[in-house]
Design a protein around this ligand. Structure first.
Ligand code: 4AD
Ligand code: MG
Length: 474
């Protein structure tokens, strides 16, 4: 359908052709002389309006009610100019074939249903306008991500999902455990299997074939090993956080894009983050026009012009110290008190981008070292590190990044100070022993980018199958 309607004249250029469409019936209107079927195949937001008169082959299936909302059908007909105001062309059907009928209990009827309701129908929600559009924009963002990095000479690296390291040091990891089938039946059904035990207790720490292992929280440390060999690299894959937080911005499983630049400092890192974000936003505006118009009308009024500004205007940059000054001077009362050294809460981040800078993305740099991870490069003041967060309106932190500590002795001291086990980072320290280089990178939460680009308020609606505390059904 996108093929037909996406042409230069929304299909008018193909009037007179005999065409076939396959898709799912969105709505069905029976009138005295003709029946209108709106068919959607997911290739675009718009439906193909199919007009059937009683002489069309297969019409009896429409008449008898066998073809109903939700059914899958195959139609063949002639493309004609439409009298209707909503579309330029429609299909005058010669033949309709029912492919799969739809039970009357089909829950996605024409009336608008809430997104909360649709979260309980994750298997059927892609058949709605909103979720179809989100899926296509997510796909476009993913394509644009690879395109941006490939065009700029980055090499895509697959970082492992199972790892022994805790990159962020926040202890928010899921543990990997090996299930031992307790019986023949259990072998057939892993749910009945039992975890490794020691003295009758589950031994979570020894469970990846005798060693502790976790689901990765970030591919950064692995990316660093490749950046210090291939220069610029990036990862794009799933990451996991055992954060028991029920917010509209957190998932237990989310996708992260992590570029790592060799022979680069924090300024190069911020420039890369800015160029990347502007590129993917521009790509979506140029290539997902119909879906973006839909979001602009139904999900977030004015999103197109706001994204245009993001793609064109410079981002604001300020230091953490200046951001704290700004918050202290704000007339607003915050729930979490502000003082130098505190971590910025989402209310602070939102105030900065939404109110202080009027919706412009803001990069905050040089955070206190005590609220940041061990690998960040110490600044000369001895108090701050070369870290940066990129904040955008509504979503808050979209990107977190830093210049990495490339000096062996500084890194070893920092690991000691933070009481982290130096031995387990032997390979990471080796990168500083053999041909160390200044390098920097960042991580962007892909679902937060989808939220930002589409306007969907809840991160659960930015990923096909959201994993949050208590939800991993299928
Ligand atoms: O700021 P974070 O924790 O940074 C890192 O993991 C670094 N190792 C990245 C790097 O420098 N290579 O996470 C990066 C981004 C955040 O800015 C946020 O967009 C997203 O990942 N993120 C989440 N997205 C959804 N759900 C969660 N629970 C998230 N936690 C982080
Ligand atoms: Mg962060």
């Amino acid at each position: 359908i996108a093929d037909i309607k996406g042409g230069p004249d929304e299909g008018l250029d193909r009037v007179g052709q005999t065409l076939v469409a396959m898709g799912w019936v969105r709505t069905l209107r029976v009138q005295s002389s003709v029946t209108f079927l709106e068919v959607n195949d997911g290739s675009c937001l718009s439906n193909m309006q199919c007009v059937l008169s009683s002489d069309a082959e297969g019409y009896d299936q429409v008449e008898s009610g066998l073809i109903s909302t939700g059914a899958s059908i195959w139609v063949q007909g002639t493309l004609v100019a439409s009298q209707g105001a909503k579309q330029k062309v429609e299909l005058k059907v010669d033949k309709v074939v029912l492919v799969g009928k739809s039970d009357p209990s089909y829950p996605i009827q024409k009336k608008r249903v809430s997104r909360e309701f649709l979260r309980t129908k994750a298997h059927l929600r892609p058949r709605t306008n909103t979720f179809g559009a989100v899926a296509r924009v997510r796909n476009a963002l993913s394509y644009a991500t690879h395109k941006f990095f490939q065009e700029n000479g980055f090499v895509w690296i697959s970082s492992p999902i199972i790892t022994a390291s805790d990159c962020e040091g926040a202890g928010e990891q899921f543990c990997v455990t090996t299930l031992i089938p307790s019986s023949r039946e259990a072998a057939d059904s892993p749910v009945n299997a039992i975890p490794n035990t020691k003295d009758g207790l589950i031994d979570w720490s020894q469970d990846f074939f005798g060693k502790p292992a976790f689901l990765t929280v970030s591919g950064q440390l692995n990316a660093e090993t490749y950046a210090t060999a291939l220069s610029d690299v990036y990862t794009f894959g799933p990451t996991f956080r055992a954060e028991n937080s029920n917010t509209s911005r957190h998932l237990a499983e989310f996708w992260m894009i992590e570029p790592e630049l060799a022979f680069a400092d924090l300024n190069d890192d911020m420039a890369c983050a800015t160029a990347y974000l502007q590129y993917v936003v521009r790509h979506v505006l140029d290539n997902c026009k119909e879906d973006m118009e839909f979001f602009n009308t139904w999900i977030e009024k004015g999103i197109i012009s706001r994204l245009n500004d993001v793609a064109e205007k410079d981002f604001v940059q300020l230091t953490y110290t200046d951001a704290i000054e700004l918050l202290l001077k704000a007339k607003k009362k915050f729930e979490f008190p502000v003082k130098w050294g505190c971590d910025l809460q989402s209310e602070h981040e939102r105030y900065i981008t939404e109110e202080a800078f009027n919706g412009c993305p803001v990069i905050i740099r040089d955070y206190p070292k005590d609220i940041k991870a061990f690998y960040m490069r110490q600044n000369d003041d001895g108090k701050t590190v070369a870290a940066m967060d990129l904040l955008v309106p509504r979503v808050g932190e979209l990107i977190g990044g830093s210049q990495r500590e490339e000096r062996l002795e500084y890194l070893e001291n920092r690991l000691d100070e933070m009481k982290l086990n130096k031995e387990s980072f032997w390979w990471y320290l080796d990168l500083r022993r053999y041909g160390s280089v200044p390098h920097a990178g960042f991580g962007l939460g892909f679902e937060r980018l989808v939220q930002f680009a589409t306007g969907v308020e809840n991160i659960r609606d930015a990923i096909p199958f959201p994993r949050t505390p208590g939800s991993a059904e299928f």
